[in-house]
Design a protein around this ligand. Structure first.
Ligand code: ZN
Ligand code: ZN
Length: 364
C-alpha cells in the first residue's frame, strides 16, 4: 500500500514515468511474430569485394548475425567490378562463399545480383537466382528476363537516387515495359539512408512489394545509420529461403528505417497489436485510470492523442513515448471528460505519407 501511495503521489506531479528495463544493443533487435507468420529481419541488398564493396563475402554473414538479422541477399553489381583483376571466379562466386559460410553458422544467404545500368531503368536487383552468369548481357531487358526465367524476385533499387534522378523522380517508359512483362515485383522504399516517397506511391499503385535495404558497401558498424541498418521485415510461414520468397511475392513486408516502421496497414496493425502489453487500474474515487504500457519491440512506440483539447485540459499527456523494451506509466484524468475512449496516432507506425496507425485506450 505504501508503494502504491508513493507511485500515486509521483504520478500527480509528473504523470509520466519511464522505467528502463534494459539497454538495447544491435544484436537484440526484437519484433514479435504475428498470427501464423514469423517476423523475419532481412536485408536484400548487400555488396562485397566482388563488386565495389570493401569486405570479403563471409564477413557479411557474421555481420548480419551480429546485427540480429535472419537472412540476407548478396547482390554484387554485374557491370561494375573494380576489383575484378585481383579476383578469379564468376558472378556466382561471392554469393557461393557467403552461402557456404551461412551453412556453418545456420543462417540464410540468398543468391542475388544487381543489374547496374544508367537511367532508365537504373539499378535492378534480382534475388533467389540459381545462376547469375546469364544476366551478363548487353540488352538490359534481356538481363532482367534472364532473372525472371529463373523465378527470381526482382525489384527496382533506390529509385530516388540523386545521381540518377537529379531533379524529379520519374517512372520511365522502360519501367512500364518491364512491369507490364511481369519483370518487376518490388521497389526499395528505403536504400541506405534515403527514404523514397515516390517508391511508396508507385508501390501502392502497382502492387509492388516494399523493401528497406542497406546497400552496404563498407561495414554496418561504421556506417551512419540511426541505431540500425534499414531492414525489411518479412512475414514468413517459417524460417526458410522458400518461405521468404513466398512472402516477398505475396507482399508480406514492412520497412524498418530510422526507428520507424512503414508499410501496408494490415501488417502494421498485426505487428503493433503484438508489440504492446497493457495493464490498467481504474480508481473512481479520484477519477483516474492508471496505465502501464510495455513495449516488447526494438522500435520506440510514440503515442500522440488526436484530440489536442484533452491535452490542454491535462486529461492526458501530449505524448506518450515508450522506448524499446521499456515500461511507461501514465494516467488519464477523466473527471472533466465524458468520452469512453482516447484515440492516439502511433507516430512510429506509418502506413502512408503523414498517415499514422490509430490506437485507442479505454478511459475507464
Ligand atoms: Zn545501385
Ligand atoms: Zn547496390
Amino acid at each position: 500500500m505504501k508503494k502504491f501511495l508513493f507511485i500515486l503521489i509521483f504520478l500527480i506531479s509528473v504523470n509520466l514515468i519511464v522505467l528502463p528495463q534494459s539497454r538495447v544493443t544491435k544484436s537484440q533487435l526484437i519484433f514479435p511474430d504475428i498470427d501464423e507468420y514469423k517476423t523475419l529481419k532481412c536485408d536484400f541488398h548487400i555488396h562485397t569485394v566482388f563488386s565495389d564493396g570493401l569486405v570479403w563475402p563471409d564477413f557479411r554473414v557474421s555481420e548480419a548475425i551480429q546485427d540480429g538479422l535472419d537472412a540476407i541477399a548478396i547482390t554484387d553489381h554485374i557491370e561494375y567490378r573494380p576489383h575484378k583483376e585481383f579476383l578469379t571466379g564468376d558472378l556466382n562466386t561471392s554469393s557461393s562463399i557467403a552461402i557456404k559460410e551461412a551453412k556453418y553458422q545456420n543462417f540464410i544467404v540468398i543468391r542475388g545480383a544487381e543489374i547496374t545500368r544508367k537511367m532508365p531503368p537504373g539499378h535492378i536487383n534480382a534475388i533467389f537466382l540459381n545462376d547469375v552468369n546469364p544476366l551478363e548481357t548487353d540488352d538490359v531487358v534481356e538481363a532482367v528476363k534472364a532473372a525472371y526465367e529463373q523465378g527470381a524476385f526482382i525489384f527496382w533499387n533506390h529509385p530516388c537516387w540523386k545521381a540518377q534522378q537529379p531533379d524529379t523522380v520519374v517512372w520511365f517508359n522502360m519501367h512500364t515495359e518491364l512491369y507490364t512483362k511481369g519483370y518487376i515485383h518490388g521497389i526499395e522504399l528505403v536504400n541506405f539512408s534515403d527514404f523514397c516517397p515516390e517508391a511508396w506511391k508507385w508501390g501502392q499503385e502497382k502492387n509492388l512489394t516494399i523493401l528497406s535495404n542497406s546497400d552496404i558497401h563498407g561495414t554496418t558498424n561504421t556506417s551512419e545509420f540511426v541505431k540500425h541498418r534499414p531492414i525489411t521485415l518479412v512475414f514468413a510461414s517459417e524460417l526458410s529461403e522458400n518461405a521468404i520468397k513466398d512472402a516477398l511475392f505475396a507482399r508480406r513486408t514492412l520497412a524498418y528505417y530510422n526507428e520507424k516502421i512503414y508499410g501496408e496497414k494490415q501488417w502494421l496493425e498485426k505487428l503493433f497489436k503484438n508489440s504492446l502489453e497493457i495493464e490498467k487500474h481504474n480508481d473512481p474515487d479520484i477519477h483516474r485510470t492508471f496505465y502501464e504500457i510495455t513495449n516488447l519491440t526494438s522500435v520506440p512506440i510514440i503515442l500522440e492523442p488526436q484530440n489536442t483539447e484533452i491535452v490542454k485540459k491535462r486529461i492526458i499527456p501530449e505524448k506518450i513515448e515508450v522506448p524499446p523494451l521499456t515500461k511507461v506509466n501514465f494516467d488519464i484524468r477523466y473527471k472533466n471528460y465524458s468520452e469512453q475512449k482516447v484515440k492516439f496516432d502511433v507516430k512510429t507506425f506509418i502506413y502512408d505519407i503523414d498517415k499514422y496507425l490509430e490506437f485507442e485506450l479505454d478511459v475507464k
